[in-house]
Design a protein around this ligand. Structure first.
Ligand SMILES: Cc1cc2nc3c(=O)[nH]c(=O)nc-3n(C[C@H](O)[C@H](O)[C@H](O)COP(=O)(O)OP(=O)(O)OC[C@H]3O[C@@H](n4cnc5c(N)ncnc54)[C@H](O)[C@@H]3O)c2cc1C
Length: 527
């Protein structure tokens, strides 16, 4: 029996992920009556902070951790209280050359130092010059593409015109990225560092003819017109906290522990949303249903065929350390090396080998990953005692770990051990010696596989972007008629819109699909 009365809303939002909150905030501020239904006991979806280890006062960004794609326009429009902090070091990639440990350091604030590092690694300035040309090109594309993400979808031809650089268009939108990377760079390590942005959250390879890797790369280099990835001060929970605050202040009703079980619509009148809560079941009637859950989940709620299942391909590891480990390469201070993106086993050929192994259903023999130490940029996520003790957090995002590898329950431990072994290979001491211990004496390390992400936060197949990313333009078969189609948030039902990562121009912590779904609703008030 229902204890929640049936009620009618201008918009019911299925899921209180950060995008659902963005949509809610825009609509409630425009005077709409908005209800958010979230299945978990808390909002934020994949953008949350957690005290993951008992007795250890560190609020870790448990899933997502860096922000690039959240437009300043959204921050301004909603008056979000957010502090995004630039990392001084872009990346460090340890390697071995001529039998000696060395590495490539990209210092965002010091081009001269970066040039010296390229020269020391490769022997000439050729790769450094290629790097500058390549990222000069992506920077120009970023400046032109990013503002379009919060406008109605351009056509392919229109976006191409706006970019105004035929060579860049061909390289990024038409030819497999591997061709461009191999033409531009000669060094295997440099090629690998560039390619990683095409693989984070996307299970693919440099020459994939479907251009999945190009789409993933594009989203990683266009954020706010620069492609910089910043640390949210206070962790991802601070981003969600700021969004929930403005959504609630504008009058949004947010109900947690409410799992939507079905959406019924004939596409014309109100849709009916059925949900389960602690004390029973209830329904809400809505002129519009905005779906923050993934498209595959939406299909299930509508009783439709979800199509091919998405598959995530990453291992996320969170650690708390008593101190940073020493490196085999003694040139950079570990406080610098870990301040940016620390690439492990991400040479170009290593990435290819790991992909080939994982595609065949085998655990990569040398799992590639990236490591981040957020406390070097934002110590505020540590409590006073852990801060005083000099603790640091470490996040590992492992690539080429598709859901298919985790059928066997022992696979997770093997994946974790193999990933940490690759890290150990570049350290002068094992990472295990640096781990803090929790109140029960256990080492502070937790890992999440794609199937665990599906169970915990409802990502189908553990896919971090809900499904493969789309190029940010209208495809020819999309009916341009409705406001929802113009904003890239349409479904097969006129009164059901996507407002999450699975929309065109979704994916990542961006708020963009939330913004765009709200604009589509506001553009079409009489539907
Ligand atoms: C491990 C990991 C690391 C990542 N790192 C980064 C990063 O550093 N930077 C970045 O930009 N992106 C990163 N991403 C991707 C990014 O976090 C996601 O793409 C983004 O958070 C998606 O936001 P969303 O609001 O669209 O959806 P979600 O965060 O998935 O939220 C959807 C919400 O809907 C709820 N829901 C689902 N089904 C129902 C239902 N039936 N009823 C009610 N509620 C329901 C879910 O519980 C969830 O709260 C990462 C993701 C993961 C998993």
């Amino acid at each position: 029996m229902s204890t929640h009365p049936s009620s009618r809303y201008d918009a019911v939002i299925v899921g209180g992920g950060h995008n659902g909150l963005v949509a809610a905030a825009y609509l409630a501020r425009a005077g709409r009556r908005v209800l958010v239904l979230e299945r978990l006991p808390r909002v934020g979806g994949a953008a949350v902070s957690t005290r993951a280890f008992p007795g250890v006062d560190a609020r870790l960004s448990r899933y997502s951790y860096l922000v690039s794609l959240l437009p300043r326009k959204v921050v301004r429009d909603l008056g979000l209280r957010l502090d995004l902090r630039r990392r001084r070091i872009a990346s460090y990639t340890p390697t071995v050359r001529d039998g000696k440990p060395t590495g490539l350091l990209v210092d965002a604030a010091d081009p001269g130092r970066t040039r010296d590092s390229f020269r020391a690694l490769t022997g000439t300035d050729r790769e450094w010059q290629a790097w500058q040309r390549f990222y000069g090109m992506t920077g120009q594309v970023a400046e032109r593409v990013f503002p379009t993400l919060t406008e109605p979808l351009p056509s392919r031809a229109e976006l191409r015109r706006r970019i105004g650089d035929e060579a860049a268009w061909t390289d990024l939108f038409e030819r497999p990225l591997g061709e461009t990377v191999e033409r531009a760079f000669a060094d295997d390590l440099v090629r690998g560092v560039v390619l990683t942005d095409a693989l984070i959250g996307t299970f693919t390879h440099a020459h994939d003819p479907s251009l999945r890797q190009n789409r993933c790369f594009l989203y990683h280099v266009i954020g706010n017109g620069t492609g910089d990835w910043d640390v949210p001060v206070g962790g991802m929970g601070a981003v969600t906290g700021a969004l929930a605050e403005v959504a609630l202040a504008a009058g949004t009703e947010i109900r947690t522990d409410c799992e939507v079980t079905a959406i019924a619509t004939d596409g014309r009148g109100d849709a009916e949303v059925s949900y389960r809560h602690r004390d029973g079941e209830a329904t809400a009637a809505a002129r519009r249903v905005l779906v923050n859950a993934a498209p595959a989940t939406l299909a299930r709620l509508l009783g439709e065929d979800p199509g091919p299942a998405p598959e995530g391909a990453q291992l996320k590891v969170n650690m708390v350390l008593r101190r940073l480990p020493r490196l085999r390469d003694t040139a950079p201070d570990p406080r610098e090396a870990f301040a940016g993106t620390f690439h492990i086993a991400e040479g170009y050929r290593q990435l290819e080998t790991a992909y080939t192994e994982a595609r065949a259903g085998r655990m990569p023999s040398a799992p590639p990953s990236e490591i981040y130490c957020h406390t070097l940029t934002d110590p505020s996520i540590l409590g006073p005692e852990t801060l005083r003790q000099g603790f640091q957090t470490l996040t590992l995002f492992g690539l080429h770990m598709p859901a298919r590898l985790f059928g066997d329950p022992a696979a997770k431990e093997r994946a974790l051990a193999a990933s940490l072994a690759q890290l150990d290979a570049v350290l002068a001491e094992p990472i295990a010696d640096c781990l803090a211990t929790d109140a029960d004496g256990r080492p502070c390390v937790e890992a999440r596989t794609p199937p665990e992400l599906e169970r915990e936060i409802g990502l189908p197949g553990g896919h971090i972007f809900h499904r493969d990313l789309a190029f940010p333009f209208a495809t020819e078969d999309e009916a341009p008629g409705s406001a929802a189609a113009r904003w890239g948030v349409a479904t097969a039902h006129p009164n059901v819109l996507l407002c999450g990562a699975g929309a065109v121009r979704g994916g990542g912590v961006s708020g963009i699909p939330g913004h765009n779904a709200a604009q589509a609703v506001l553009a079409d008030p009489d539907r």
